[in-house]
Structures are given as C-alpha cells and as structure tokens.
Design a protein around this ligand. Structure first.
Ligand code: PMP
Length: 418
C-alpha cells in the first residue's frame, strides 16, 4: 500500500534487533496439548455444556450427562426463587452497572447481598468483590504491605498466591496442613512485624480439610492475624453452614473470611466478611475492589436470595453429606485410590499415576454419560493426576448409584481397578 501523505523527510524506523516472538514460550504447551489430542482423546479443558437441564444434568456433545464436576454443592442454580430474583432485577435495574462500586456501580442489591452476608456469617462487615479470585487478590495485597509477612499453606489456591504477588509483603510458605511447620516458620519472623496467616477450610484439589483450630491457635500465639478461605465449605459445614472454621469452633479467632458466590451460592462473585471495627476502610484502599466494574444487578440479586435460603437449607446439607459419604465408600470399595481416607468434604479426588490413565478414565466416563473434572499439574499438588468429583445436594440416590457403576466400568476398562 502506498502512503500518499509520506514525504521525503518523514522519519524512517530502523530495525536494530530481530523481533522476538513472545508467543514462542507457549510452544511446549501447544505441543503437549496436540500430543494428547493426537492420542485420540477429547480435550478435557474444552467441554461445552450445550444445554443445562438441572443442577446435576447437562447435554454435552448431544448426550445427556450427569454432572459430577461442578461446584454447585447446594444445587441453587435452578432454585425458582433465585431465578425469579434475577429476572426481577434485570427488569428493574437493567443488565449491568457500567462502573465501579466506588462511583456509579452500587445498586440496591449490592447493599442487599452484603446485608445477607452479614446475617449469614454473623459479622459486622461484608464487602463484595467481582469474583472470589479478586477477593483473595484484593484482601491479601491490601492487608499486608512492605515489611510485613504473609504466611501461607504450600497447597494454597492460585488466587492466594496471586494475592501475595500483587502486594509488597514478604511471603513465607509452610508445608500443607503442617501445624509444627507453621509454628516453626512463624517463630523465625521478627516479633514486631505485622503478619497474616492465610488458610483454607477445604483444599479443593484433594478435598481435605485444614486442622484450623490448631493452626489458628498457633497463629494467635505468634501475634498473627488470620484469613480463612471458606470457598468450598459454605452452606454445609458448621451449625450455620459458615464453614470449617465454624465447625471447629474458632469463629472468634479468624479475622477475615473469604468466600465466593460461584460454588454453593450458585452464581458468580466473591466476598470477605469480618468483625474488625475498621473493616470498611478496605473499600478505600483495595485496588481489585476499586478499579473494576461491580457485579450486574441480576447477579447480586440472585446471590442475596440464594444466601438467605442457604441459612435454612438443613435438608440439602444433610443430603449432600449423604451423597459424599456414599460415593466415597463406593469408590473405595471398588479399589480406587482417593485423596482422603474418609469423606472430609463434598470433593472426592480419584488419584491416578499417569496422565494417560487419568485422561483415559475421564473420557470413558464422559462416553458413559458422566462428567468429572480432570486436574493435572501445575494445579495439583506433588505432580498428581486427579479425577475430581464434586457432589451436589441435588444428586438423587439413583444418580449416585449410577455414578459408582460408571466408575466401576471405566476403571476396569482402563485396567486401573480389578
Ligand atoms: N478460593 C478457592 C479455594 C477456590 O477454589 C476458588 C475457585 N475455584 C476461588 C477462591 C476463586 O473463586 P471464584 O471462582 O469466585 O473466582
């Protein structure tokens, strides 16, 4: 193309170095994925739900499939009151807020959902973020600054690691769920420095829970504040469904609880609740709260309705635990190696030695009509390959038996169980 405006004295840009393709760093990943697809399996990370029929069933590649790999623990996504609240909010407030909570993005239902959270958790403060990822990113990077310390479990969720990276505090890791290691590492830090210990109620890869009571006691002994991420326990752990920290009786000592709307609540969003008298100041300083648009009105309206219903969802809670216990026992009896010896949460991880076996069973299950999560390094601890099953309160006893039978068939066809 000729440029008619170009004149004889227009500056010319000389190349002084060859262009380096920044995308070339992904060559290894691209090749690895291609090798997997060339072996004839479906891509476990490119599943499309063509229709969603209920909290426990969807159509995938034209086939009706039982969902055992979503975090829809309490099955709230199709609750008629939740859906109606979303429709009403769409009608009354429109589809989006077009701005930050700090400016034009706070609508009636952002206030409502924060009130619902304060009631649910029995706290004086609640702040809603756009996702759970952003809640961890924002809380950790804002709470701990230069010259202070954040102490985290080695198996922490990516959003906790990223929250540490986003801030300026020193990062100290301790061995997963190791109380003595936490004690030792805290003991090495300067006594006067501010410290935040970050824990999770349920660790989502293996489905194991933290010995929170003892860990929180150790943190307090060293003068550290504590944040617990209860993303995978909300709704069904503890007398009020607040989480593992409530179940283990350490409510008074956990300073900040982080959670998400994307699991038991059944929509999207994140939050932090606290009784700290200065908690509201987070809104003035937290970049992932300030510099992003707030959640759409329909989303916060569905969340508020769902959280209020979860407070009284005792039957669902009981049913979810029954389902988790039955699937855990069933898979153990079949001879699968699981992430925990006893059912500790609604997540049951089936451990497999190789990627080939993991993908093979994953695909066999899908063809039988069962969807589970495939998880692999770097998301998993210790280089493990996992088939992650997450139960829903709405799985029927018949579905639960079908799930166990499908695992038996898929496991035998791949030679993983006898
Ligand atoms: N914390 C934990 C422990 C999680 O497992 C997740 C998501 N899987 C998050 C936070 C992030 O939540 P969200 O999906 O709302 O971003």
């Amino acid at each position: 193309m000729t440029d008619s405006l170009q004149t004889a004295d227009a500056p010319t840009v000389e190349t002084v170095a060859p262009e380096r393709d920044l995308m070339s760093k992904f060559d290894g990943l691209i090749a690895e994925r291609q090798a997997l697809l060339d072996s004839g399996v479906r891509d476990p990370f490119a599943i499309v739900m063509e229709q969603v029929l209920s909290p426990t069933e969807a159509v995938i590649k034209g086939k009706k499939t039982i969902l055992l790999g979503t975090y829809n623990y309490m099955g709230m996504t199709f609750d008629p009151d939740v859906i109606q609240a979303g429709k009403d909010a769409l009608d009354q407030f429109g589809s989006g807020t077009n701005g930050s909570r700090m400016l034009n993005g706070t609508f009636r239902d952002h206030m409502e959902v924060e009130e619902a959270l304060r009631e649910f958790y029995g706290t004086t403060g609640a702040i809603v973020f756009s996702t759970g990822y952003m809640a961890n990113l924002g809380m950790i990077s804002t709470l701990v600054g230069k010259g202070e310390y954040v102490i985290l479990d080695a198996d922490s969720h990516a959003s906790i690691y990223d929250g540490c990276k986003q801030g300026y505090a020193e990062i100290v890791r301790f061995r997963h769920n190791d109380i003595a290691d936490l004690d030792k590492r805290l003991g090495r830090l300067p006594k006067e420095a501010g410290k935040l210990v970050v824990l999770e109620g349920v660790y989502s890869m293996l489905g194991d829970i933290a010995p929170l009571k003892d860990m929180v006691a150790v943190a307090k002994k060293h003068g550290a504040m504590v944040l617990s991420d209860e993303a995978h326990s909300m709704g069904f752990y503890g007398p009020n469904g607040r989480g593992v920290y409530e179940d283990q009786g350490c409510e008074g000592d956990v300073d900040f609880i982080v959670g998400t709307f994307s699991k038991s609540v059944g929509t999207v969003g994140g939050f932090c609740v606290s009784n700290h008298p200065k908690f509201e100041a987070i809104r003035l300083a937290c970049r992932p709260y300030i510099f992003t648009a707030s959640l759409p009105p329909s989303v916060v309206a569905t969340a508020a309705t769902s959280i209020r219903k979860l407070r009284h969802a005792h039957n669902k809670r009981q049913h979810l635990w029954e389902n988790a216990r039955r699937v855990h026992n069933g898979l153990t009896e079949l001879g699968f190696r699981l992430g925990t010896e006893t059912p500790q949460s609604a997540i049951i991880a089936v451990l497999l030695p190789t990627q080939e076996q993991a993908v093979g069973i994953w695909q066999a299950l899908l063809e039988l009509g069962l969807y589970v999560n495939m998880a692999r390094p770097p998301a998993t601890p210790a280089g493990m390959y996992l088939l992650r099953c997450s139960l829903c309160a709405e799985h029927t006893p018949e579905q639960v038996e079908q799930i166990i039978a499908m695992f038996a068939q898929a496991g035998r066809s791949m030679g993983v169980i006898a």
